[in-house]
Design a protein around this ligand. Structure first.
Ligand code: HAM
Length: 426
């Protein structure tokens, strides 16, 4: 058999697993301050949820979905992102009925059949947040600030991050603009790549996102939506910028930022980093999708949100020297001098753990010397040595691994002594 994980996937080994849990904890604590509640939707949905929601002409839907027929003959797709599922769930469970607003966040794996490269996986992990039924521009700014604060809280220096901001307009101003860009592509057809020419008919705005340097140069001359916004979109965009300015969040307007999902209307944004990632430098992004729920047959329900990529965020944290917690923390190691005191050592370790101290002991019949080495490797601050001589007088030895100081402690007082030495309050 092939004992390797499939291409584009990776095992989350303990160090990375600990980092993932840390990001989830940090997100849960921060997002709660903004009123977000957790939601867990299935990892797969009826394919239509994504084809309708994300758009048939997007790369995600046309090239990257893991779609299969299940045993009941249904077309099922592993979720390539979380927004479509959250909006489907909100509609199904009436979370936005009667004009009610709701704020939800989620964390979990997403699946896209992409060409793997650094920071681009076929199974990757996202944390995302969605605010539904909130049309005011103040919530756009709030969501953007929350994403920015999240990266700041993780310790990624703001000097290494860039927040790009743009507006995609709406059904009033975008169709005419779309036609203008399509016309521009037709005019410059000979200078643009095959893919951009194909997009002229299906999704002309995606031509702004082409990586081909010549296409980029040509598209730099294309008309910009910001010059053609309708009154409502212009006012909305300017209010979002005012709120961000008021908080001093340093965004950069990028009139060519078009994101890879068709559901966006009005505000879009992306956070990019300049460390550790190369070309896949977007660690998070999102925007407004005021028409998405209607595409599922629901009532008009504005929405917006973002998702951030775990793997890319972790790479940015490592590259910028941000704190990443260790997989395990051992505060105390219980060593035993010989087998005769194994039972007592086991009891000491159990009592320490029950009192809230992270404790490890030997389960591999190591010598006393190698137990000390192990304690050192685990970074234990104290070692409790259980030996037959001390034990016969009801005592154990407590060794401070930093100062190397040793004290005799009565067996019954060891938990209190350790907690005291570790400065754990009662
Ligand atoms: P997205 O830009 O496609 O947006 O993905 C968000 C983030 O997921 C990216 O910025 C990146 O960090 C990460 N990501 C995407 N694809 C990959 C991949 N193949 N490998 C590793 N990381 C990846 C969305 O998914 C939207 N649902 C965001 C949103 C929420 N918009 C509104 N609400």
């Amino acid at each position: 058999m092939n004992a390797r994980a499939p291409k584009g996937t990776s095992d989350m080994l303990p160090d990375v697993g600990a980092a993932w849990e840390y990001l989830q904890r940090t997100a849960a604590a921060l997002f709660a301050r903004y009123g977000y509640a957790p939601v867990y939707t299935p990892l797969f949905e009826h394919t239509e949820v994504f084809t309708r929601g994300i758009g048939e002409a997007t790369d995600i839907v046309s090239k990257e979905m893991y779609t299969f027929e299940d045993k009941g003959g249904r077309s099922i797709t592993l979720r390539p992102e979380g927004t479509a599922s959250v909006v489907r769930a909100a509609l199904e469970h009436n979370l936005t009925a009667n004009g009610q607003g709701t704020k939800l966040y989620y964390a979990g794996p997403m699946f896209r059949y992409e060409r793997p490269q650094k920071g681009r996986m076929r199974q990757f992990w996202q944390i995302g947040a969605e605010a539904l039924n909130m049309p005011d521009p103040s919530v756009d700014a709030e969501v953007i600030v929350m994403l920015w604060r999240f990266f700041e809280t993780l310790g990624i220096p703001t000097s290494h991050m860039r927040l790009l901001l743009n507006t995609m307009g709406d059904e009033q101003c975008r169709p005419a603009y779309r036609e203008k860009v399509a016309g521009f592509i037709r005019e410059h057809s000979a200078e643009l790549c095959e893919e951009c020419n194909r997009r002229e008919a299906t999704n002309p705005l995606r031509a702004f996102d082409c990586k081909n340097p010549q296409c980029r140069e040509v598209m730099a001359g294309a008309p910009l939506l910001r010059d053609e916004l309708c009154e409502g979109c212009a006012a909305h965009y300017s209010a979002v910028k005012d709120s961000l300015d008021a908080l001093g969040v340093p965004y950069v307007e990028d009139p060519r930022l078009v994101r890879g999902l068709d559901y966006y209307t009005r505000t879009v944004f992306e956070v990019q980093v300049d460390a550790g990632l190369g070309s896949q430098n977007a660690i998070g992004g999102g925007g407004r999708y005021d028409r998405l729920m209607e595409q599922y047959g629901g009532p008009p329900t504005p929405g917006l949100g973002f998702a951030l990529g775990f793997e890319r965020t972790l790479m940015a944290m490592q590259a910028t020297g941000a704190f990443v917690p260790a997989a395990t923390v051992t505060q105390v190691y219980v060593a035993r001098v010989d087998e005769s005191v194994s039972g007592a050592a086991f009891g000491v370790a159990a009592a320490l753990r029950d009192s809230g101290v992270a404790t490890e002991m030997d389960h591999q019949s190591r010598s006393l010397k190698s137990q000390f080495k192990q304690a050192d490797r685990l970074g234990a601050r104290m070692v409790v040595v259980v030996g037959p001589d001390e034990l016969s007088s009801g005592q154990v030895t407590l060794r401070d691994m930093g100062s190397k100081e040793e004290t005799r402690v009565a067996l019954g007082a060891i938990t209190a002594a350790v907690r005291d030495a570790l400065s754990i309050a009662e």
